[in-house]
Design a protein. Structure first.
Length: 828
């Protein structure tokens, strides 16, 4: 990989439109306000100002962006195509300013125009085109690929409506439409010249070509157009701008005049409606499939666009299609784009005339697959009739892939039919399904999990048969996150402090953070550390007051859990601790504790009743605790609404304690755990996902561990788990549960939390009760430790010093070396 040395500002082209002096920037912003937004400096709203600034910055990205594009087309580089149904990019402006090193002059220019850059940045809408960890990981990886000079394109869907906006009303979640495109999107460029067609439905027919070879052609019943929208993805100081290419679906004919003229007004727009629906809205489920036809349409739509796009680029190079896999490495971000395996086969055989064997060689050398979850409810499978009616030709191809594959399985496993039926791409138990994970495994040359434990569990459980057939395909790549967005952009106070002491190279090489170790014992440094964090906490407390009306004390411990709301993530275990603490303080009012502010954030899938009840639970407990005068200066509970990247950027830097408390064996990796720890929060967590590796990296003495291990969880469930007996024998747990059941946190309503309590008492599938006492004891230890703030700061510094491994740069180096076999190109 090339070294990141260039200290000069990367923009060098000094013509009128791209100059970077404060004067030139001011002029450009005013011009854009006038000529693009259609307003003037004094009349412009902050939204309009944002747009003008964004165009000003985009102008300064374009030259390198187009140059990068040309290089990838013309030079003999292998390009990584990262296929993902979700990209959770977050706001672009601050990140682009950092990467261009333009923050100082732009801030100055904006100030001279009598506006405040920070306030204006609050007006950037967030492209929420993802649900959670999986979509955000894709965004961190794009950042690192551009930084390391790995030629890459992110392919996905330009959803008109991203993840819903969450409001809290009467303590419960309400979903509102996300209008992220309302004011337009200054970062993207629509490229109608590069539109492509995608078919759906219809039938297939056989024919003979001029050499007499039997061929098949697909006659789709309808065709939609995919229009690409490109957004530049800048590298940090690398001079490179890769591309995020998102596809919007449109009708091929905007209007069926024949029908319109004959009076069939509805028929005239029906095709248009079908086409436009495909990229309309993101499915808001993170780890549960919904099995809806539209979802399969979305998956096929963007995957087909991406593959056709690659082939088009490839044929431009005047090479024969035979070496396609040498030009492209395709990464499947979970199974969502795995229909690509069948689509590439179709394109190569039906459209480009290759023989099956050759097409398969190309295909299986092109794809690799990342699995992101062990939860069985997330394994994608499509009912066969639905699949057949939407993608008839792909089903034929999948049957052929499967027949050949199962021959191999039979040979390898000596005709073991139980294996054959488990490994088959078609599930034939009762109602038939196409199993997308099986298709992905068969069609990929590398399969990876996202943390050590997760990869081991894939090999041992979910993908065991595939591992036993092809152990050489499997590997682990532990997730990482970009320190540019998650430290530098989110936490300028900490960033400055670090840079003042160890210089600025750490942002391009996160291992450098270990040079902070020497400061852990320096009382002066620790004081500065606390001062920096306090500023961040004060800022968040203003935001919280403004958003929720709750006033929180910046000197209390900020104990934070932000992530999707899910039973396996156990936000309700956190609540059981709060209730226990509350009841303890009620019965012993003079008890001295470290004052705590519990912060929660996260969305629940709209159809997930239990998750929504957990939100209600958090808010109900908050209402009682925050309203109790005895708790003043001791406990506060806040649910900060509409958790997204923007809000994450405020919360990660402010936290003292990071809650990573999933049932062991359930969280594939987690990435929020890394963002907190990089910003100095200490972790309380189970031995799950990447927590294990974080604990090893930061030192066991700097990590608050509790709870059962994966093996103990499995053993307990296998032996017959009885949560009610734990409830009966643990007086504190009983007290907490009884208080909930009695309506103490629901204004006397004894029914409200009954579904949750019944589940815990009867089955408790995520073992909250089994881990309860261990969690409480560990939290008591946390509270004691926090009171020794010198000790705490020391731990926090050591924690940050050892987080280098969790940079997405490290993860991308591993993908590049072990999966994609690509090098970074030299920086401009
Ligand atoms: C999520 C896992 C997380 C993991 C991210 C990124 C899905 C389907 N999976 O543990 O739950 O960190 O993927 O790998 O969103």
């Amino acid at each position: 990989m090339p070294e990141l040395t260039s200290p000069e500002p990367a923009v060098q082209i000094e013509d009128d439109r791209t100059a970077i002096s404060v004067e030139a920037l001011k002029r450009a912003i005013l011009d854009n306000l006038f000529f693009i937004v259609g307003t003037t400096q004094h009349a412009a709203s902050d939204d309009e100002f944002f747009t003008a600034i964004a165009y000003t910055v985009r102008d300064r990205i374009l030259a390198r962006w187009l140059a990068t594009r040309e290089r990838y087309r013309n030079e003999d580089v292998r390009v990584v195509c990262y296929l993902s149904a979700e990209f959770l990019m977050g706001p672009h402006l601050a990140n682009n300013l950092l990467n261009l090193q333009l923050e100082i002059p732009v801030r100055q220019a904006v100030a001279e125009l009598d506006r405040d850059l920070d306030l204006i940045m609050e007006h950037e809408p967030e492209p929420g085109l993802g649900n959670g960890g999986l979509g955000r990981l894709a965004a961190c990886y794009l950042d690192s690929m551009a930084t390391l000079g790995v030629p890459a394109v992110g392919y996905g869907i330009r959803y008109e409506f991203g993840i819903f906006e969450q409001q809290i009303r009467d303590g419960g979640q309400v979903e509102l439409t996300d209008h992220w495109l309302l004011h337009g999107n200054p970062w993207e460029i629509r490229r109608p010249n590069e539109a492509l067609d995608v078919g759906f439905g219809g039938r297939t027919e056989g024919w003979s070509d001029s050499t007499g070879r039997y061929r098949v052609r697909w006659l789709p019943a309808s065709v939609v157009k995919g229009i690409p929208y490109d957004t530049p993805v800048l590298g940090y100081r690398s001079g490179i701008a890769n591309t995020l290419r998102l596809w919007r679906s449109e009708s091929t004919e905007s209007f069926y005049f024949d029908r319109f003229n004959s009076g069939d007004y509805q028929g005239a727009v029906a095709g248009k409606t079908f086409a436009e629906t495909i990229s309309k809205v993101l499915y808001p489920n993170d780890e549960e499939i919904q099995g809806k036809e539209l979802r399969l349409q979305q998956q096929y739509f963007f995957t087909s666009c991406a593959l056709q796009d690659m082939i088009r680029v490839y044929l431009h190079t005047n090479r024969s299609i035979d070496a396609f896999h040498e030009k492209f490495a395709i990464q499947l971000n979970d199974t969502h784009p795995s229909i690509g395996v069948a689509e590439l086969m179709r394109l190569l055989i039906d459209e480009h005339g290759l023989e099956w064997e050759k097409a398969w060689e190309i295909t299986s050398h092109t794809f690799s697959y990342t699995n992101h979850t062990l939860l069985p409810e997330a394994l994608e499978r499509w009912p066969l009739p639905l699949f057949a009616s939407l993608l008839p030709r792909h089903l034929e191809i999948i049957y052929e892939i499967n027949a050949r594959f199962l021959d191999l399985v039979r040979k390898h496993f000596d005709g073991n039919e139980a294996r054959v039926s488990r490994m088959s791409i078609i599930d034939e138990h009762g109602e038939k399904f196409v199993r997308m994970a099986n298709l992905a495994c068969v069609g990929s040359h590398r399969i990876n999990g996202v943390a050590e434990l997760h990869s081991q569990l894939l090999e041992k459980e979910v993908l065991r048969d595939f591992y036993e057939l092809w152990p050489e395909k499997f590997l682990n790549v532990t997730n990482g996150v970009t320190p540019r967005r998650w430290i530098a952009v989110s936490n300028p106070e900490l960033s400055d402090l670090i840079t003042r002491h160890i210089g600025s190279d750490w942002l391009g090489n996160l291992d450098e953070l270990n040079r902070l170790e020497q400061y852990a014992d320096d009382a002066g440094f620790r004081a500065e550390w606390r001062k920096a964090q306090r500023e961040v906490k004060v800022r968040l407390s203003h935001y919280i007051l403004d958003q929720t009306g709750v006033s929180v004390d910046a000197d209390s411990m900020f104990d934070a859990q932000v992530k999707r709301i899910h039973e396996y993530k156990r936000q309700h275990l956190n609540v059981l601790h709060i209730i226990t603490l509350y009841l303890r303080l009620k019965s012993r009012p003079n008890l001295e504790i470290a004052p705590r502010t519990f912060l929660f954030g996260g969305k629940a899938a709209p159809g997930y009743a239990m998750a929504k009840l957990i939100i209600k639970l958090i808010n109900s407990v908050g209402e009682v605790v925050n309203g109790d005068p005895q708790m003043k200066h001791r406990l506060k509970v806040v649910f900060v609404p509409n958790y997204n990247v923007t809000l994450g950027q405020k919360i990660y830097p402010s936290a003292d304690l990071s809650e990573q408390i999933s049932t062991a064996g359930k969280e594939a990796s987690g990435t929020g755990n890394m963002k907190f720890a990089m910003n100095g929060a200490l972790t309380i967590g189970t031995l799950d996902g990447a927590n294990i590796e974080i604990r090893d990296a930061v030192g066991h003495e700097n990590f608050f561990l509790f709870g059962l291990t994966t093996e103990q969880v499995e053993a307990k469930l296998a032996a017959g788990y009885h949560p009610r007996s734990i409830y009966e024998s643990n007086p504190f747990l009983r007290e907490a549960i009884d208080a909930l059941a009695a309506g103490q946190f629901s204004r006397g309503d004894k029914e409200l939390f009954k579904p949750l309590l019944d589940q815990l008492l009867n089955t408790d599938p995520y073992l909250l009760f089994a881990d309860y006492q261990s969690y409480i004891d560990c939290q008591d230890h946390v509270g004691e430790t926090y009171r020794d703030y010198e000790k705490w700061s020391r731990m926090a510094i050591l924690n940050v010093a050892h987080m280098g491994k969790f940079s997405s740069d490290r993860a991308i180096r591993e993908y590049s070396a072990n999966i994609w076999r690509v090098d970074g190109i030299d920086h401009a």
